[in-house]
Structures are given as C-alpha cells and as structure tokens.
Design a protein around this ligand. Structure first.
Ligand SMILES: Cc1cc2nc3c(=O)[nH]c(=O)nc-3n(C[C@H](O)[C@H](O)[C@H](O)COP(=O)(O)OP(=O)(O)OC[C@H]3O[C@@H](n4cnc5c(N)ncnc54)[C@H](O)[C@@H]3O)c2cc1C
Length: 505
C-alpha cells in the first residue's frame, strides 16, 4: 500500500515488530527465532515487489532431515537424491523406488494448488456475474489437472496424512516423518482425516524458485520481518511499536480510526487488522455492530492451540547417539517422529487434556547455519513441539510449563545424550504463553486451524473471505484469512490489492 503511494501507519502492541516472525536476544549473546523458525511459503512475488534482498533478506537452505530412531539407527534424507535413495532403501527397497515419484506427484499437486494462494476466494453462494466467472475459472483450472491428479487432490483434501502416505510407502520411519508435516500446527493426529491437506500446505513453498524447499532466514525469522519493515519504511510507511490498539472507532457503519490502549486516538478512513477474527471482530469492535451470523461464525472459529516451543541456549554442539560428532545433519532438521504410533500416542494424550510426555519435536540449530545467532562455539536450538493442548485437564500452563519443558528435554536426551549437560538456558512456550505474548487467540500458530471447514471461502467466515468486513473501511489481513498461516505474506498482499481496488484511499 505504501508502494502504491498511500499513507500507511503500522501499529504494533509489542516493543518489537514481527509477531510470530521475530528474532529476540532472550539471553545475552543468544538470538532466538522465538516462535516461527523456518521459511518456505513466503511468496516470491512479495520478495520481488518489496525488494526484500536489498533490505537484508537472505534465506539459507535447510537441506536435510534426520529422523533418529530409538534403537540407535536413523533415517537421513538430504538434497543428494542418490544418497537419500540408499538411506531409504535400508528400510525398504520399494519405498526407495516410490520416493522419487511421490516427490514429483506432490510437487505437481502443490503447483496446481498454489494457484489459489494468489487469488481472492470466490463466493460460491453469490450470483454476481463476476463471482460466477471467478468460480468457473477455478473449476476450469482444477478440471485441467486430469482425472488422476484430481483424484489425488480429493484424497489430499479428505484423508489422514498417515493413510495417504501408506498408499505410497511401507516403512514406518519414512511414513511417520513425512506425515509429521500433516500435524504441524493442528490439533490433529497423523491418523486424523484432514491432516493430508496440512501436508500439502507445507509442500507449497519455494525458495529462489526451488519448489518445496525449506530455508532459514539469516538472523532468524525476525530477519524477514526486519526486511519487510525496512522496505515499508523506504516506501514511506511509518511504524510504531508499543502501540496496542484497544478499539476500532466507527460511526454510522464507517470506520473512523482507532483508539490506542494508552487512550490516544488516531483518525483513519481505512483500518486493516492483522489479528485473528476473535480479536478483529469481537474484541476491537462491539459485536452488536455486526450481523449475528458473522458473530456466530467467529465465535465458532477454531483457534485451539496445540503446539509449543522450547528454545535452548547450548554451551556446545549437541552430539547425537546415532551420528556422533559434527556433520551436515546438524545443519538440517532433526525430527523426533520414529513411527506413526509414536505420533498418534502423543496426540492421544493431548485429546484428553495432557501435554505429550513423548512429543513430536522438530529441531533446528539456527547457529549451525548462521553463526551470528550465538557466541562462538555455542549454539541455539529451536524445538517446535506437539502436542501441548491449550486447555489442560489438570493445573494451568504457568504451573505445568516447566514440566512440559522437562518432557521435551528428556525425550531429546534419549537421542542426544550430552544435551542436559550443555543446556545454559531454556525458554518454554506453551499455547497459553503464545497467546499472552503475541495475542494469538488460543495460541493457535496459524490464527485458526487449517481444517477444510476453515479454508478458502470459509476463512475466516462464509461471506467474509474477501478481506472486507460489514464495517465500511475496516478490513482483515492476518493469517486467519485466505490462504492461511505460515510466513507467507500472502493474506496481506491479497488484502492490500482488494483495498486498493476499492479505491477509497
Ligand atoms: C510457535 C510458532 C511456530 C511457527 N513456526 C512457523 C514456521 O517455522 N514457519 C512458518 O512459515 N510459519 C510458522 N508459524 C506461523 C507463522 O509465524 C504465522 O502464520 C505468521 O507469523 C502470522 O503472521 P500474521 O501477521 O498473520 O500474525 P501474527 O504474527 O500473529 O502478528 C500479529 C501481530 O499483532 C500484534 N498485536 C496483537 N494485538 C494487538 C493490538 N491490540 N494492537 C496492536 N498490535 C497487536 C501482535 O503483537 C503481533 O505482532 C509459527 C507460529 C508460531 C506461533
């Protein structure tokens, strides 16, 4: 919007910009990607339009995934496809043969679905000719995939990730590790229908045109927010931190500006909220100003969080039992997902209001890729953890937080024997802490489940998936809008295009 010559003011409640995409020096000398930790889904058109590399964005590839197994063995996959073939072959020759074709098919599916990341969802209930045309275009796009791919797409939209993967593979470590992409950020287990879509969502990223690649931003994920902020400033936008918005002011159905938590009033003809719908509609506004069906939809919008984060400052490099010493495996992801039953049991506990004693953990060591993240010889370790249900059956999160941290460290220590000895500091974040710190309702990392009932023209509510609201001049642009969560920039870009189209500025 600033690039289009508009006068833009960004108001951030915290002292630091970036929300869930932020790097902070929590302990002197150790910089953490406190919440989000890897990037892939950031839209290339945004990187280009905002000239982010010129503003400091550098994305370093994260090239491998190591899955350590309880018996001391491991599965290792990296960008060397023959080495990966041989590694998978140790578990199943059939899987090694199928792996390449699976990758190609998922690549194709993700490319096909990627089309919808760049469009405003049409409203299927509208009879407006423009909407009908958009719907027809969408239908044509998907029919163009051909019968086989269309069948695969329907499976991905409806099946569980484990069930979907069992159609391709037979070895448990491979199925489990791949299916973990289907549970990240959701309150679903690998055998829950709907998790295969989340798997596909995580395949849609690209880095420098390399589709499906995951990477690590130099300086941590805050490097991305800082590059976007620097670009925005260069285009004339102003940014104010420590400026929480208490209320959106409206008069006669038209937005008038905002009132800050400190009582200051700021006039504006357009206000755009990047908060989740519960905050956007029910907290910042008086719900009586809104149609009942929207208020009901927002109240029912599922923002139940299920993920936690444990960030560790380490005195030395971790030493894995399965691959001792330093090596390229420490520059990739380490996935604690030895088999599907393990993941499903972790989910079982969460269903009944307990955190998983043996959780799924996705570990990266940012300081192995960018040495500036920690003092020389020391490291930061980012552990994304499931499951940590927002609502505990017994006790509260402030009471249970450290026990959850212990469960994570104890689990990791089974695979990294020197871990306990090298931990200097530990930061444990439950969904409750995530909610308290960055205001994500329920601590849901995507501002709302990526379930079929909350996607596309239903995100965040039927009839309101076009970034507009019933209040004239009030728009929504957070990851609770299409196409959903992750460091994508996509909802913000699509919202800005709609606002500019309305031409009210
Ligand atoms: C623990 C965790 C791990 C994740 N891991 C990854 C990952 O590895 N890769 C990935 O792609 N995605 C990941 N995500 C998801 C990704 O970070 C988010 O989808 C993305 O950052 C959402 O951006 P957003 O701008 O929509 O919302 P947010 O990042 O939630 O930003 C909202 C902002 O609004 C501010 N705010 C709240 N209330 C007010 C108010 N009243 N007034 C003013 N400001 C206010 C908040 O402080 C915050 O800065 C993760 C998220 C979490 C929480």
């Amino acid at each position: 919007m600033a690039r289009a010559g508009k006068k833009v003011l960004v108001l951030e409640k915290r002292p630091v910009l970036g929300g869930a995409t932020v790097s902070e020096e929590v302990y002197p000398g150790f910089r953490y990607s406190v919440f989000s930790y890897v990037v892939s889904l950031l839209r290339p058109e945004i990187i280009r339009d905002l000239q982010l590399p010129k503003h400091g964005l550098t994305i370093l590839p994260l090239e491998s995934t190591l899955t350590p197994l309880p018996d001391g063995d491991y599965l290792y996959r990296d960008s060397d496809k023959w080495a990966t073939y041989r590694n998978i072959q140790r578990f199943s020759a059939r899987d090694a043969d199928a792996y390449g074709e699976y990758g190609r098919d998922m690549y194709f599916m993700a490319k096909a679905v990627k089309y919808i990341l760049g469009i405003r969802p049409p409203d299927p209930t509208s009879l407006h000719p423009g909407e009908l045309l958009r719907l027809a275009k969408l239908g044509k796009h998907f029919l163009g995939l051909g019968a086989d791919k269309l069948h695969m797409l329907v499976k991905l939209m409806t099946m569980s990730s484990a069930e979907f993967l069992e159609e391709w593979f037979e070895s448990d470590p491979l199925i489990a590790t791949l299916s973990s992409s289907g549970i990240i950020g959701t309150f679903l287990g690998p055998r829950s229908p709907g998790s295969a879509y989340v798997l596909l969502h995580h395949y849609m990223g690209e880095i420098d045109g390399v589709f499906r690649a995951w990477g690590f931003a130099k300086g941590g994920t805050g490097g991305i927010s800082e590059a976007i902020a620097s670009s925005a400033r260069a285009f004339g936008a102003e940014m104010r931190t420590d400026s929480g918005v208490a209320e959106v002011a409206i008069r006669n159905g038209q937005v008038k500006g905002v009132v800050l938590e400190n009582g200051a009033e700021i006039d504006a003809d357009i206000v755009v909220s990047s908060l989740d719908p519960k905050l956007t509609f029910l907290t910042l506004l008086n719900p009586e100003e809104l149609p009942n069906e929207l208020v009901d939809s927002v109240r029912g919008f599922d923002t139940y969080g299920s993920s936690g984060k444990v960030n560790l400052a380490l005195d030395a490099a971790p030493d894995l039992a399965c691959l001792p010493g330093l090596g390229p495996h420490l520059r990739g992801a380490i996935s604690i997902s030895p088999n599907v039953d393990y993941l499903e049991r972790a989910y079982d506990q969460a269903k009944y209001g307990q955190f998983s004693e043996k959780p799924y953990i996705d570990v990266v060591l940012p300081s192995m890729i960018d040495p500036h993240m920690a003092p020389p010889g020391k490291h930061v370790m980012s552990c994304f953890v499931q499951y940590a249900p927002y609502q505990l059956n017994e006790g509260t999160w402030p009471e249970q937080r450290e026990a959850f941290g212990d469960a994570v460290v104890n689990t990791l220590s089974e695979y990294i024997p020197n871990l306990k000895k090298i931990i200097l500091h530990r930061q444990v974040l439950s969904p409750w802490d995530i909610e308290q710190t960055i205001g994500l309702s329920g601590g849901n990392i995507f501002q709302g489940e990526l379930s079929l009932s909350q996607l596309f023209f239903l995100r965040p509510a039927p009839g309101y998936a076009d970034y507009r609201t019933p209040i004239r001049g009030y728009y929504q642009c957070g990851s609770a809008t299409h196409p959903g969560g992750g460091i994508t920039g996509a909802p913000g870009r699509l919202a800005a295009l709609e606002i500019l189209k309305d031409g009210k500025l």
